[in-house]
Design a protein around this ligand. Structure first.
Ligand SMILES: Nc1ncnc2c1ncn2[C@@H]1O[C@H](COP(=O)(O)OP(=O)(O)OP(=O)(O)O)[C@@H](O)[C@H]1O
Ligand SMILES: [Mg+2]
Length: 222
């Protein structure tokens, strides 16, 4: 689905990637681990095309249809619109009934759909952004901390929905339920010390990675 070859990326003098390679195959669900500032968001941005590498290439599969969720996804919501109006703008060909069902599936009930986006809480905005992303199911998801702001019920719903998702994913999460439920492959940036310059691929799932480490990855909450 994606081949990253010899990627280099620096911000000024700070080198984040230096000859990084990764192949993401169909159906794999990659969890990207690493401390704050390790370069997780930078990697996802380069995959999503939101940031260009200084050198090297990101090649995506021809049939790939990407869904990208990041903090900045919340900024593309139009704060002057209501939830329903936003969905109508996004999916003009769909009738109001199916859009209300979509909103309902993401726990916008009753009058919630008539709230202006500017009045939504952080969690409500995240729910709306994820609902939009999953409505026309992409086959490749790039998710940067999607469960931030989500309450437990919504998080469980999202993890369950993604377990049934048959596409490919690469994600960053500090959430144990998300990692345990979904991480079939592990990429660790910075190593256990947090300072290792060489990214490491673990050959198993997140659960196997924890078994090998003997403890949950640092900074993971439940
Ligand atoms: N546009 C930018 N300009 C300068 N430095 C940047 C820029 N974007 C990121 N950085 C720096 O690059 C490093 C990697 O940032 P990145 O956002 O990829 O980290 P991260 O692993 O996602 O961290 P976190 O866990 O905090 O989200 C950090 O030191 C960050 O300050
Ligand atoms: Mg980040």
């Amino acid at each position: 689905m994606a081949v990253l070859e010899n990627l280099h990326k620096s911000y000024g003098p700070r080198v984040i990637y230096e000859g990084f390679n990764l192949t993401i195959r169909r159906g794999e669900r990659w969890a990207v681990m690493g401390r704050n500032g390790a370069g997780k968001t930078t990697l996802l941005k380069m995959i999503a095309g939101a940031s260009a590498p200084d050198a090297g290439s990101v090649r995506l599969g021809a049939s790939l249809n990407m869904g990208y969720f990041a903090q900045q996804s919340l900024d593309v919501l139009n704060s002057d619109l209501t939830v329903t109006e936003q969905l109508q703008q996004d999916f003009p060909q769909d009738n109001i009934g199916s859009l209300r069902n979509l909103a309902g599936a993401f726990q916008f009930s009753g009058d919630d759909v008539d709230k202006k986006i500017r009045a939504l809480s952080g969690g409500e905005k995240s729910r709306l952004a994820i609902a939009r992303m999953l409505y026309n199911p992409p086959n490749f998801l790039v998710l940067d901390e999607p469960t931030n702001h989500l309450d437990l019920a919504t998080k469980e719903m999202l993890v369950d929905a993604l377990k049934d998702f048959e596409g490919t994913m690469i994600f960053v999460s500090h959430d144990r339920m998300f990692l345990r439920g979904l991480g079939s492959r592990v990429l660790e940036l910075g190593g256990e010390s947090g300072t290792d310059r060489h990214p490491t691929v673990y050959p198993g799932s997140y659960v196997e990675y924890v078994q090998k480490l003997g403890h949950e990855a640092p900074g993971i909450y439940s």
